[in-house]
Ligand binder design. Structure first.
Ligand code: ATP
Ligand code: MG
Length: 652
């Protein structure tokens, strides 16, 4: 069903790779047949104050999993202290790049260690101790990384909330996580605009039931954009840092491997956000190990993950994966389009980025602007590219590979979730050939299976529901405050498995192709089609920038296909183009997949992390405008009104 062009890494890449094909196969086999032996060995990658009593204890079917029970460690110690005895001591840990071009700050491991200890003492000053929850609502400034690490140093549980969330979204997260303390900033910069962080916190706190005792306010913008200063509750970070008795030494707390590390709310593509809870030892091992193998880490790399630390991708691949490996991690405050569509490439050029990790939504947006922006910059230091967040359409993959990677850099399409903590299915770039649009093969210890709707495991080439058969160290341990919901969401529909909620195809080579969320699967005259399949065919047309398809009730077929199509800049939409698109889909997939409606969409509703929200598109296609559900987590709620208007005008 999918095209199967194969791309092998260059000989040079393979020669220098951290892993060969044979090693992958051997290690993978062992990881599945003897998980305890395998993970017991791998856990030596971390520094433990005390070794574990048992590698794994589980009753997977009942969602009970414990890794490295009795083991003691500290995440900040593993990310910072242990590198101070190595040549990495004076190496850049974080290179921070501001929203405005030209503004940068660099922290060596030694400097970051001091800052984290200092800020850990700031938290302690407010009585924060092990097990307490700290909510962090900051723009992408160094203080975000520093406070997150400071929490882990003293055993506090952080919950980072993406800086673009509204007071309403913030309030529901505050009421759920019930933090003892909040860290925010006066305001933030994003794409040249000012975001009122403190004001959002004030509004959220006004509405929330939970009473927060302390709010620490870091300074980013400098003018006092907020209106309320609540004496006793609000504290300027600079005043605390100025107090003469604040020490920059803070011993790391010895945490149990299963102690909570952080709570992170999922991005909300499908409904009410869940507080995903991760614990200390297993999570760190997952982030550490996947970073090393998937990104083929080398000590002289400059690694750039463009995600926000408010998402799990930022947690695992800006902070914990890179820093626990002693890598140099670039942290960017801004957006890909500011001051112009060449910003990503300008940064890669200026800082000599070697490994670059971004999302399909950004790739498609930059594709839409044209290749001239890429060509303006030297990209000769790049050696590896990555993608995460949504299925990447083969068309976008090829564009990325040829124009950004110049046909020289392997692309790792990494499938995983907030719930999984670290990458689950992805090429290991020196060991597994890529096929555009496929996340390829499972990582060590991950046993994916495809089951049919009755929960029966399918063999060989197959298509169905993607489940995981065995526990893995970085899996979530619960939904914060709601253990029932954890079990019911992931372990009930298919007994004995963790159900991912995603659909997948597995081809003859054992490669996995994620077809989108199963809730988004189309059922046309009895044929099941993944939304990703139809969308990828549409995006192959040179005039199309982005597409989203959903099903709607259809008298004859059961479900019809409703396609929202965004064209590239400067393209005129007309019936001719429509005909071409229908033919293209028929040719690529089959007549059965030909959309019944093509709706020209100037923009698509997306979550703040850039994922298309098909739940809302489905309602619009069905004409159910009064019942669109929660749209507060949308990046730009105004696109919805335009779509509704056009639907009423042209497609009713
Ligand atoms: P919510 O669970 O609240 O609806 P979400 O699922 O968007 O939000 P995340 O955990 O950030 O929150 O996203 C994980 C999902 O993103 C996966 O289940 C999958 O649908 C999609 N995804 C991530 N990476 C890939 C990828 N490489 N290929 C295909 N799909 C991907
Ligand atoms: Mg999800």
């Amino acid at each position: 069903m999918f095209e199967s062009k194969k791309y092998a890494p260059s000989e040079e890449f393979v020669r220098n790779s951290n892993l060969t094909k044979d090693q992958y196969e051997e290690m993978y086999k062992k990881s599945i047949s003897d998980p305890e032996g395998f993970w017991g060995e791998q856990a030596e990658r971390l520094t433990w104050f005390k070794k574990w009593d048992k590698v794994l204890e589980h009753d997977f079917a009942n969602a009970k999993v414990e890794w490295f029970k009795g083991g003691k460690l500290n995440v900040a110690y593993n990310c910072l202290d242990r590198h101070l005895q190595t040549p990495a001591k004076n190496k850049a840990a974080i290179i921070w790049v501001g929203d405005k071009p030209g503004e940068t700050r660099t922290y060596t491991y030694q400097q970051l260690h001091r800052e984290v200890s200092l800020h850990a003492n700031v938290l302690k000053r407010f009585g924060i101790k092990r097990g307490d929850r700290v909510l962090i609502y900051l723009p992408m400034i160094p203080e975000l990384a520093i406070f997150a690490l400071a929490c882990t140093r003293i055993g506090a549980v952080h919950s980072v909330v993406f800086g673009g969330f509204s007071p309403e979204s913030l309030q529901s997260r505050i009421d759920d996580a019930k933090p003892s303390l909040i860290v925010t900033s006066d305001a933030g910069f994003r794409g040249g605009r000012i975001i009122d962080m403190k004001k959002n916190i004030d509004e959220a706190l006004q509405r929330s039931e939970h009473k927060v005792q302390h709010v620490i306010v870091a300074e980013r913008v400098g003018n006092e954009t907020y209106t309320v200063w609540n004496e006793g509750r609000d504290h300027h970070l600079r005043d605390i840092l100025n107090s003469p008795d604040l020490s920059d030494e803070c011993p790391p707390e010895e945490m149990d491997a299963e102690d909570p590390l952080f709570i992170l709310y999922t991005s909300g593509s499908t409904g009410k956000p869940k507080g995903v809870l991760h614990t200390t030892g297993g999570y760190l091992l997952g982030a550490n190990m996947t970073f090393n193998y998937v990104f083929d880490h080398k000590p002289d790399d400059t690694f750039w993950c463009t995600a926000d630390i408010g998402w799990v991708t930022g947690h695992s691949y800006i902070l914990y994966g890179p820093l626990s490996n002693g890598a140099t991690s670039l942290m960017f405050e801004g957006v890909p389009s500011y001051p112009d569509a060449g910003r990503f490439w300008q940064i890669c050029d200026k800082f000599g980025v070697t490994v670059f990790y971004t999302a399909p939504t950004a790739i498609r947006a930059l594709m839409r602007e044209g290749v001239k922006w890429v060509e303006k910059h030297r990209l000769n230091t790049l050696r590896l590219l990555g993608s995460v967040g949504e299925p990447i359409n083969p068309e976008a993959w090829e564009w990325y590979y040829h124009n950004v990677g110049k046909g020289r850099c392997p692309v790792v399409d990494t499938w995983w979730q907030t719930e999984t903590g670290s990458i689950m299915i992805s090429p290991l770039p020196g060991a597994i050939d890529a096929k555009p649009g496929s996340a390829t093969k499972p990582f060590f210890g991950i046993e994916p299976v495809i089951v049919d709707n009755d929960g029966k495991e399918l063999e060989g080439a197959a298509s169905g529901n993607l489940c995981i058969k065995q526990p893995w160290p970085s899996m979530m341990r619960g939904v914060y405050g709601d253990p029932e919901r954890f079990f019911n969401t992931y372990f009930v529909q298919f007994k004995g498995y963790y159900f991912t909620g995603d659909g997948a195809n597995r081809d003859e080579d054992g490669y996995y192709w994620i077809t989108g969320r199963v809730d988004d699967v189309l059922n046309v005259s009895g044929h099941r089609l993944g939304s990703a399949e139809v969308e990828s065919a549409l995006v192959e047309h040179q005039s199309v920038a982005e597409a989203a398809v959903v099903g709607y009730p259809h008298d004859i077929k059961g479900q019809g296909i409703y396609a929202y199509v965004t064209v590239k800049n400067g393209v005129h939409t007309n019936d001719e183009l429509k005909k071409e698109l229908l033919e293209l889909v028929a040719e690529k997939i089959g007549k059965i997949a030909r959309p019944d409606v093509i709706h020209w969409a100037p923009g698509l509703p997306k979550t703040r992390s850039g994922k298309i929200m098909r739940r809302i598109l489905r309602k619009i296609a069905e004409g159910e405008f009064s019942n669109l559900g929660d749209i507060s987590t949308l990046a730009d709620p105004s696109v919805v009104a335009t779509l509704v208007e056009d639907k009423q005008k042209y497609h009713s």
